[in-house]
Design a protein around this ligand. Sequence first.
Ligand code: SAH
Length: 243
Amino acid sequence: MKKIFVIGIGPGEESYMTPAAKEAILASDVVIGYKTYIDLIPHLVENKKVIDSGMKKEIERCNLALDLAEEGSTVSLVSSGDPGIYGMAGAMLEVKGQRDSTVIIEVIPGVTAVSAAAAVLGAPLMHDFTVISLSDLLTDWEVIKKRLHLAAEGDFVIALYNPKSKGRVTQIEEARDILLKYRKKETPVGIVRNAKREGEAHMITTLDEMLQHPIDMLTVVIIGNSNTFIQGNKIITPRGYAL
Ligand code: SAH
C-alpha cells in the first residue's frame, strides 16, 4: 500500500508510546527518524530499512518518505512527542499536496512534551493553557513576543517549548521580562528536562528565580497563571472546585 504513517513516539520511554504507534512501525517497511529515538526501539525495527533522519533536513525527509511510498513501501516517519506539535505532520501533508500525490498519510498522535512535563510537576495545566515555542528560526521574534504578551494578559498557563539553545540564549530572558509585566514575581514555574525518559530532572521555582536554573533544548518550562500554587513538591493550577 502507498502509505506513510507520521508517528509520534511520545517522550522517549517505551511505556509512554501508544500501541497504535507500535503497530504502525511494525506494519512499515521503512522507518525514518532520528537514530537516538530509533535506538530505543530496536525490537520494533528488526528486518526494516532504517534511515537516520539526522542526516536530512525536514523537507528532504518528507520528499524521501513520499518517494519511497510512491515506489510501494509503507513508510513510518517518526517524531518525538506528538508529530502534530512542532513535529513532521504539517510538512509531510504540505509536501504531499505540493506534489499532488495520492499516497495515504495517517497521523498517529503521541504524548507531547507538555503533557509529560505536567505529569512530572503535578497538575499545572488544569485550566486554560497555551504552548509557545521560543524558536525564532521559522517564526519572527516579533510575533513570538506578541503571543507572549497576549497569553500573559489572558492569564493562560504558558508552556515554553524550545526555550533556549547554545546559539539562542536571550529569548528566554526576554520572555520572562514580558511575563513579569503581567504576573507576580512569586508565580510558580516548573522546569522539566527529559520528561518521561532517561535522565529526567525537574525543578520547581518562581518567575523571579527561574533563570538561575539550567534551561536548554531538552527542557520544557511551565509558568503558572494567577491562581497557580505550590503544594509540597507539586505545582497545582486549581480548576475551581469548591473543596
Ligand atoms: N513534537 C515534540 C516537540 C518537538 S519541539 C513533542 O510533541 O513533544 C522540541 C522541544 O520539545 C524541545 O526543545 C523541548 O522544549 C521539548 N521536549 C520534547 N521532548 C521533551 C521531553 N521529554 N522533556 C522535556 N522537553 C521536551
